[in-house]
Design a protein around this ligand. Structure first.
Ligand code: ZN
Length: 269
């Protein structure tokens, strides 16, 4: 399975784009690095440009640990609300700083909140290629109407291929014809681990994609952030539940499934 993490700071990327990046992203990302090190796993880290700008040493440390660095945009704002020109700027300010800091060529991209749609894929793929991006991992292969993301087109990977980009969608389990997301984000955090295991039977293979955020390893964030900001109820209900057990679940996952990065799996010369 592919292990991927989106490196962002919850208070800025989820609560309010206008908030500054805080030091919480440092603590939680170092925690994630330590967990991966315990299992000798190298993964792909999709890093937001604002995080690179604020904490360049963190990015160097991720690279020193042997993980792949990729881009998760600069601002974390929705790509489908941007013009091609704005998206170009997002790549310029997220891809180039990683390359300057680490000497690694960035070849992967993940859109914030899976915010891509079919009608924008021409300029999207063209701009990715301009920055030397070979692959994208932003497709949620089922429509999630409440969140406003996802594709129902089952040929979406071919659509990307025809536009010159390899696409690796998130993982969906097929349970008696019903599509159920598994192995990522809130789904992994909210499901008990036995449910993840059970949904994964017959649905997970070495090409499946697992994704998470370091802040999901930060159980104290809600209490701390509440001192400064009012957290909307919809976020309270979905964003914090399960954080306390995330570390334990992650250890189990990494023991049960062999994981690697996109680069090590598909792009070694
Ligand atoms: Zn994100």
């Amino acid at each position: 399975m592919i292990f991927s993490a989106d490196i962002e700071d919850w208070q800025q990327s989820v609560l309010d784009f206008k908030n500054p990046i805080t030091r919480r992203v440092l603590a939680s990302t170092y925690k994630l690095l330590a967990i991966l090190d315990d299992h000798q796993v190298k993964g792909t880290f999709f890093v937001q440009g604002m995080v690179t700008e604020k904490f360049p040493d963190l990015i160097k440390e991720i690279a020193n640990c042997g993980h792949e660095l990729a881009s998760h945009s600069y601002s974390h704002e929705y790509i489908f609300d941007m013009s091609a020109k704005q998206f170009d700027k997002e790549l310029e300010t997220s891809v180039l700083p990683i390359e300057d800091l680490t000497g690694q060529k960035v070849i992967g991209f993940r859109a914030p909140k899976f915010s891509i749609r079919e009608d924008m894929l021409d300029w999207y793929c063209e701009t990715l290629q301009k920055y030397g991006i070979k692959y994208d991992s932003s497709v949620f292969p089922m429509q999630v109407k409440v969140q406003g993301y996802g594709f129902s087109d089952t040929n979406i990977v071919d659509v990307f291929k025809n536009k010159g980009i390899d696409e690796y969608p998130m993982t969906i389990a097929d349970v008696r014809g019903k599509k159920i997301p598994v192995m990522g984000g809130g789904y992994f955090r909210l499901y008990p681990y036995w449910l993840t295991k059970s949904l994964s039977r017959n649905n997970i293979n070495e090409d499946s994609v697992f994704y998470m955020h370091p802040y999901e390893l930060d159980p104290d964030e809600q209490r701390q952030v509440s001192k400064t900001y009012t957290i909307p109820t919809r976020l309270k209900l979905t964003q914090f539940l399960g954080r306390a057990s995330q570390e334990k679940k992650l250890h189990r996952l990494l023991s049960d499934y062999a994981c690697t990065s996109f680069k090590d799996k598909y792009y070694t010369e």
